[in-house]
Design a binder for this molecule. Sequence first.
Ligand code: CA
Length: 225
Amino acid sequence: MRVLIVEDERRLAEVLGQIMTERHWQADVVYDGADGVDYALMGDYDVIVLDVMLPKVDGFEVTRRLRAAHISTPILMLTARDEIPDKIGGLNCGADDYMTKPFDTGELIARLNALTRRQGPVVDQTLTAGDVTLDLSDRCLCRGEERVRLGFKEFDVMRLLMANPRQVVPKEDIIARVWGLESGAEDNNVEVYVSFLRKKLAFLGAELTICSLRKVGYYLKEERP
Ligand code: CA
């Protein structure tokens, strides 16, 4: 099982990570809501443990953004005892369950197991930008009846761009999310994959194109004929 933990209290985040590791689950731990959104968009997680009060983007907004991007990964929210009215807000914004801190480890595990069992077929697993749709289940880029399958890195780059429409996605962010900060990947790697993606968009006859902002990053734009 792959778990994403978004918790800014380092000690608690560490304990949560240990609890998962003891069960041979794979856990990624991030400490603010912005990283939580990015990791959840890029990673293939079975469940997300999400604190409510977080730096940069709070847990409610993280949930809203993920659901808006059609990420249906079950979310268990952690709320402090004095934030109990927030529980209602948490469930309304798309979270699946909540627990009050401090929590019992056994109960946490039981709930995470229940959440991952409960997840049914994913209804909507696509991202759309302009006249193009990205099918997240089979990595196909589609326009009308035309489909072309993307390689893993192409898919990761395209997914990142489509999850951030109308925004310039910095090259460094693409490298960090797709290759990892430790990878030694460079701007050239991004350029190569963007050129592959441009060819595939052209093959589909798409109006959507990937534009570059020199030395900054990339963004999607619809070129009307
Ligand atoms: Ca917190």
